[in-house]
Design a protein around this ligand. Structure first.
Ligand SMILES: [Zn+2]
Length: 355
């Protein structure tokens, strides 16, 4: 499901100024493995990515990172994930590749050291506690789309008409808003033949996706889904220089944790636990991004805006807190480490009944 949904406080059009905005390549392991799933015991509809927790083996899923350059025609502003950011001199794409989503980092959860591994693998060990084999791992590697001659790459540039989005100066760069339907149609049209067994992740830079209308926007930093566009699990996400670039565009403002790969950490984690986007749980709500009740099994949604910083490879990354399975299914005690109900320990008791 989608990430942060925010209503526009006041739709203000601001004059647009021009902005200044290498593919790294990591050949993967002799070809991606077919995506493999196990059944969540609490909800047999839900198929989780990877090998069953009791299996002492590593499943490595290949993420196809697909940068989309957005050109906002109303101000001649380009936001390109492959170009150096003005704050770091490194591209968003490179920062993502170097992040704890794809590289090992030391993780703790609720006072317990989980070892050095990728964030979502660390989450799964914290989430399942003693129920997961110490030798079971779900890891992600990445492949950058367009990096080999066999890729069908007609264009990774989307021109955003003024009717479909806008950009305004923000920080040392710019902040953009693009209609989600425009982006989704673009992706559907130009990437009909992505390699099998990979998980496409479409990346934009410093841009919010608008699933609502211009007059009544519904903003998100990313979303994941299944089959609707590409016949398998896939995600969209932005990378943003800093949460503050959207101040004045979204209200309330993005939380201080919401910078850089925060949205991608949310979407990739949810994609791992609910890859077919059909997992459900007992009704919960009135927490995180939901007002009212919902039954979606989306581990980031109760904790939208909550997160932590993790330094790795010369950069301070921001990652989301994630609810444990025991929170959704009201398991007492929690099977999670420390008896907690989320990775950071923000949730200390099972979900409340809703309504
Ligand atoms: Zn979500």
């Amino acid at each position: 499901m989608c990430l942060k949904k925010m209503k526009l406080a006041v739709p203000i059009l601001i004059a647009i100024l021009p902005v200044r905005a290498a593919h790294a390549q990591r050949p993967c392991c002799g070809g991606p493995q077919p995506l493999t799933y196990w059944q969540l015991p609490e909800n047999l509809n839900d198929l989780v990515l990877g090998y069953p927790p009791s299996t002492p083996a590593t499943f490595t899923a290949t993420v196809e990172l697909i940068p989309i350059k957005l050109v906002f025609s109303d101000g001649n502003v380009s936001l390109d994930p492959t170009q150096p950011t003005c704050t770091t001199g490194t591209s968003a794409l490179q920062l993502i590749s170097n992040s704890p989503l794809f590289q090992p980092a030391p993780f703790f959860s609720n006072g317990q050291y989980l070892g050095t591994t990728q964030f979502i693998d660390a989450y799964q060990h914290a989430n399942l506690g003693s129920a997961i084999s110490a030798s079971n791992h779900l890891l992600f590697n990445y492949r950058i789309y367009g990096s080999t001659s066999s890729d069908h790459v007609p264009s990774q540039v989307l021109v955003v008409p003024a009717s479909e989005g806008f950009a305004r100066p923000a920080g040392c760069s710019a902040a953009g808003v693009v209609s989600f339907s425009l982006l989704a149609n673009f992706v559907n049209n130009i990437f009909p033949d992505l390699p099998a067994n990979t998980i496409p992740v479409f990346l934009v830079y410093n841009t919010l996706l608008n699933k609502g209308s211009r007059a009544s926007p519904l903003y998100e930093g990313g979303e994941h889904n299944y089959s609707g566009i590409l016949g398998g699990p896939y995600a969209f996400s932005h990378f943003i220089d800093d949460h503050s670039i959207f101040d004045g565009i979204v209200s309330p403002p993005l939380s201080g944790n919401s910078s850089d790969v925060y949205s991608l950490s949310h979407e990739l984690a949810e994609l791992a636990l609910n890859p077919h986007n059909n997992g459900t749980s007992p009704a919960w709500g009135n927490i995180g991004q939901f007002t009212g009740c919902t039954s979606v099994f989306e581990i980031g949604d109760p904790l939208s805006g909550v997160g932590f910083a993790q330094y790795l490879n010369g950069f301070t990354y921001h990652l989301t807190d994630l609810a444990f399975t025991s929170w959704f299914f009201r398991e007492v005690p929690s099977q999670g480490v420390g008896g907690s109900y989320s990775f950071m320990g923000t949730l200390t008791a099972p979900a409340s009944h809703c309504p």
